[in-house]
Ligand binder design. Structure first.
Ligand code: UDP
Ligand code: MG
Length: 307
């Protein structure tokens, strides 16, 4: 059976990794005859785009899309998936952390009938402690607070069948979170394990704050559970406050020492105020998302492509 393979690589300031990626992907994909490498330049400020351009000029199998600014990893990935043409589409990071040598194994699974082949990252010895903590926190939080199950260590390194890619094209939401969306979509899924390599060059673009934001996006895009949580916490606090109110009235009416209550009043007012702000914040996040989604803006804007 003849089939074509696409590899999609979102790149943000990866100038020193592009050539290495190109080299090893070409080696791995050669046996498949019809394949394409689709680089998505996510508004890089270094020589990433020039490097991709010069590779594309020499090799017709290399296609690229250049976005008008940095839209973020998930949107760059979506742009690539929307434009990939292969019967199966493989997405991977452009920093050599996702080993291209795993691709034949993924394609084998696909040929056995699986429509999604996920990859699960093993423990990486060289991973920094802060990265380990944030990614552990990330999966825990997302799984506890949202309704889709994301296996810890699932990477944005996966193979998608053409059917899945076409289905994914219908999604125009602004807060895409593919690691949650893909399990939600169904289809026949499987996963393979891999040991992540060290980033070849450059730095991770996922700082602690960005990871936290991704977690919050993942949670609030996939469930309204935090809203129920806020109602539950709010009710408990309100109940306690009511009881305390009765007690305060009792103290005022039936005892002599009503005045020295300043500390407790201040404490409870501040506490309840704080809880209210948190709850408002949670509601605000959802409201903000509705606001943005309601505009139906495009997920990304393409400045240039070579096809
Ligand atoms: N990336 C992107 N846009 C961004 C941030 C990252 O296209 O705004 C790309 C980046 O070039 C890399 C992949 O997404 O190919 C994963 O990013 P990174 O390696 O920084 O994440 P980590 O592997 O540390 O989780
Ligand atoms: Mg990386």
């Amino acid at each position: 059976m003849k089939f074509s393979v696409s590899a999609v690589l979102p790149c943000f300031n990866e100038q020193d990794n592009i050539r290495a990626m190109y080299g090893s992907l070409t080696k791995v994909l050669k046996p498949y005859e019809t394949y394409e490498l689709l680089f998505v330049d996510d508004g890089s400020t270094d020589a990433t785009l020039e490097t991709i351009r010069s590779i594309a000029a020499a090799d017709p199998k290399v296609r690229f899309i250049s976005l008008s600014r940095n839209f973020g990893h998930q949107h760059a990935l979506k742009a690539g998936l929307d434009h990939a043409t292969g019967d199966c589409v493989i997405s991977l990071d452009a920093d050599m952390q996702h080993p291209p040598t795993l691709i034949p194994v993924m394609i084998e699974q696909w040929q056995q009938g699986f429509e999604v082949v996920n990859t699960i990252r093993g423990e990486q010895k060289s991973l920094s402690i802060s990265k380990k903590i944030t990614s552990g926190l990330f999966y825990n939080l997302v799984n506890k607070l949202s309704s889709v199950e994301i296996k810890p260590g699932v990477a944005d390194f996966r193979l998608l069948d053409r059917k899945v890619v076409d289905a994914l094209k219908q999604f125009n939401e602004n807060y895409i979170f593919l690691r949650g969306l893909i399990p939600w979509m169904g289809f026949k899924q499987t996963s393979v394990h891999f040991e992540p390599a060290e980033r070849l060059s450059g730095q991770t673009k996922y700082s602690f704050i960005r990871m936290l934001r991704l977690a919050l996006d993942g949670i609030t895009s996939f469930s309204s559970r935090p809203l129920y949580l806020s109602i539950a916490i709010g009710s408990v606090i309100a109940g306690l406050a009511f009881l305390y109110g009765i007690y305060a009235v009792y103290v005022h009416l039936f005892t002599e020492d009503a005045l020295p209550g300043w500390t407790s009043i201040t404490a409870s007012v501040l506490f309840i105020g704080g809880i209210q702000l948190i709850m408002l914040g949670i509601i605000g996040i959802y409201l903000g998302k509705l606001f943005i989604e309601n505009k139906k803006r495009p997920n990304y804007i393409i400045r240039q492509k070579n096809f």
